[in-house]
Ligand binder design. Structure first.
Ligand code: GRF
Length: 224
């Protein structure tokens, strides 16, 4: 029988454990980063944003991160000889900050198998469509062009294939007759901001497993 020892972290009651470190990876304006930080401040997301990382020095989200006193780092992909070398530099930086969950939020770089293997089932992404419809760039434009009546937002685990990993949470958003790419994007973005922090909290709480492509939550957790 294992005897609880008071100096072992995993025997501490949940409320006394240090908050898990998460990283938010961005390339642009960082509105999902703001939603995550707001949820942390509000106590709805019990995590520490240990690192904000961008592949672009001009990402507006970096200014926000710095103004909020967060650690903000730029790693430019152009400074590395190959995709693999860049991925490994990312892994190193994330490990340096003891990150246990990586949250992509508008990060415009595809991550390869080496990166995903370094953080198994610990990389999330938010995408502005109901996947598997409309992966890749300009998902809202694709949805309008296809004439769908419902689009939405998806939070999913990241696998090396683009926008392909198991789906954690989705929210549907109606496409209205007069929608433009920007009006539809704005309504989807509201759902992203609501969904992403709760999905992160759910993953950090545990009580879920992945079977094939499905994320199965136990009775205590809810995926919707
Ligand atoms: C969001 O629409 C997200 O779904 C997509 O990129 C956009 C990032 O927006 N992956 P922001 O930088 O979080 O404002």
């Amino acid at each position: 029988m294992r005897v609880p020892s008071p100096d072992r972290e995993d025997w501490k009651p949940v409320e006394n454990r240090p908050l898990p470190n998460i990283a938010v990876l961005i390339s642009g304006r960082g509105s999902n980063l703001r939603a995550i930080v707001s949820a942390v401040r509000a106590g709805a997301l019990r995590a520490h944003v240990a690192l904000v990382l961008s592949n672009r020095a001009d990402a507006a989200g970096l200014d926000y991160a710095r103004a909020e006193g967060l650690t903000a780092v730029v790693l430019k992909h152009g400074d590395f000889a190959s995709r693999e070398a860049y991925d490994m530099a990312l892994v190193e930086e994330l490990r340096r900050h003891d990150v246990s969950l990586v949250c992509l939020a508008g990060f415009m770089r595809q991550l390869g198998p080496g990166f995903c293997e370094a953080f198994p089932n610990a990389v999330l992404n938010v995408h502005p469509s109901l996947l598997p419809s409309f992966p890749g760039l300009h998902a809202q434009r694709q949805a309008l062009a296809h004439g769908v009546i419902l689009s939405g937002a998806t939070v999913h685990f990241v696998w090396p294939e683009l926008d392909a990993g198991p789906i954690l949470m989705q929210a549907a958003v109606p496409v209205l007759p007069n929608d433009t790419e920007s009006s539809l994007s704005a309504r989807i973005l509201e759902e992203e901001h609501r969904l992403y922090p709760s999905a992160i909290q759910l993953v950090l709480e545990g009580g879920w497993r992945i079977e094939g492509r499905r994320v199965i939550a136990n009775a205590a957790a809810t995926l919707r």
